[in-house]
Design a protein around this ligand. Structure first.
Ligand code: NIG
Ligand code: FE
Length: 411
């Protein structure tokens, strides 16, 4: 093989296994979600940030030109993981609240008492843009160490103009895909959700729409009701943003139906979703983003993952990384929870946090597979079988990460 443009290439050789979601379709539903191609004794050739070829070692021709080699012996390659739902732009922590919850306090009680999300809003507003940028970079490096090569992050801990916009800029600066979560909670300087939305849509949306790719709203008692969510999402859609919803986390308030009606990209959480919601999602183009680390962290019921996949819904998995409900940046841990709690196979989990997560971010043509033409984002697992991704619960399963064809410095 000779170099296409003369640039330096990267050859990952002698891989124990290469595992990638089968085919080229996206998003994946039903049976195909669980179809993963596995090559044994394989290579990946990368050039110019993309995958040039993958195949079996015995079919590899001599690679000419300037090529850096990576020894893949004893390692398994999977596509770089895509985390399509995080809240990485925050300052401070909620460790005190975590201890209170361990002693019996509930997440919703803490929120109602002015803690919870508002505690992080106070810390984030006080931090300043430079500290916020530093925080997102730190969170990004934790995610990379866990094999996440593309991350979405929401704002939503500013809830004033300056801090929301600073959050979106910090996410972009760290290489993330920014979502404006302008409707996360009603900050105390506003008497109610309607007057807060007057401000957010009038004063913040025009600038947020220049920085973000999508908008998100928390539909829940104590946050935003369905009428407010509709108003917020319709205005954001008008401004050119894709739509996402936090729905059915604690209460089924109709977020699924609203998401379908407004042709949202996704509705996320779904721990409280019943049979009608599952059936409606299965008939729709809206992705169900499941966040089992959040359900575990809050000791809440798990979302109906098996029913959603079996009914044919588009299912993606994400961490929900945030300081309150899911202080967990690891998609491998999420895959372990998917296998043990949601009864998804390792193959379904892999597709859900690669191809389908990339679809939620509008990037499924570039991301989520190890195949020629896709971005050269690769995770090398320190394992004899790629399914250790889900099997090795909380283990150091990621040996190294290749980002756009270049070995990444972890840590
Ligand atoms: O997705 N539910 C709303 N928002 C976040 C949690 C935010 C927080 O607790 O700080 C979530 O779980
Ligand atoms: Fe969330």
């Amino acid at each position: 093989m000779s170099p296409p443009g003369g640039e330096r290439r990267l050859l990952i050789r002698d891989l124990a296994q290469l595992a990638t979601p089968a085919g080229t379709l996206a998003p994946l539903r039903g049976g195909p979600l669980g179809e993963v191609d596995v090559l044994r004794d394989a290579y990946i050739l990368c050039s110019g940030g993309s995958i040039e070829a993958v195949g079996l070692m015995r079919g590899l021709e001599r690679v000419q030109g300037d090529v850096q080699e990576v020894d893949g012996r004893g390692l398994c390659a999977i596509p770089g993981l895509v985390d399509c739902h995080t809240h990485a732009s925050f300052a401070g922590d909620r460790v005190e609240e975590f201890a209170l919850r361990a002693a019996g306090a509930s997440y919703q009680e803490l929120h109602a008492a002015g803690g919870g999300i508002m505690a992080t809003v106070r810390a984030t507003r006080a931090a300043g843009e430079a500290a916020l940028e530093e925080a997102v970079r730190k969170h990004r490096s934790w995610m990379l160490q866990a094999g996440t090569t593309t991350f979405e992050s929401k704002s939503g801990y500013g809830l004033d103009r300056d801090t929301e916009l600073a959050s979106l800029r910090a996410i972009r600066a760290a290489g993330g895909v920014p979502t404006w979560l302008g409707a996360h909670a009603v900050p105390p300087e506003f008497p109610d959700g309607d007057s807060y939305l007057d401000f957010a849509l009038g004063e913040v949306l025009p600038a947020a729409a220049e920085l973000a790719e999508a908008a998100d709203v928390f539909v829940e008692r104590g946050a935003f009701d369905l009428v407010q969510a509709r108003r917020y999402l319709e205005a954001c859609c008008q401004a050119g943003l894709a739509l996402r919803l936090h729905g059915d986390q604690f209460t089924e308030l109709g977020a699924v139906e609203l998401a379908i009606e407004l042709e949202a990209r996704s509705v996320d959480h779904l721990e409280a979703t019943g049979a009608a919601g599952v059936a409606a999602l299965a008939r729709s183009e809206v992705a169900a983003v499941l966040l089992p680390a959040s359900a575990l962290f809050l000791a809440r019921p798990m979302p109906p993952a098996r029913a959603l996949v079996d009914a044919g819904a588009i299912v993606a998995l994400a961490t929900d990384f945030n300081p309150g409900s899911a202080f967990c940046e690891s998609l491998p841990v999420v895959c372990s929870l998917a296998a043990t709690q949601l009864k998804l196979s390792p193959a379904e989990s892999l597709s859900a946090c690669t191809v389908n997560a990339a679809h939620v971010l509008g990037r499924s043509e570039q991301l989520g597979r190890l195949a020629a033409g896709y971005a050269a984002d690769v995770v090398l697992l320190d394992a004899p079988d790629w399914r250790y991704l889900a099997y090795h619960l909380g283990g150091q399963v990621v040996a190294s990460v290749i980002l756009q064809g270049v070995p990444a410095a972890l840590g």
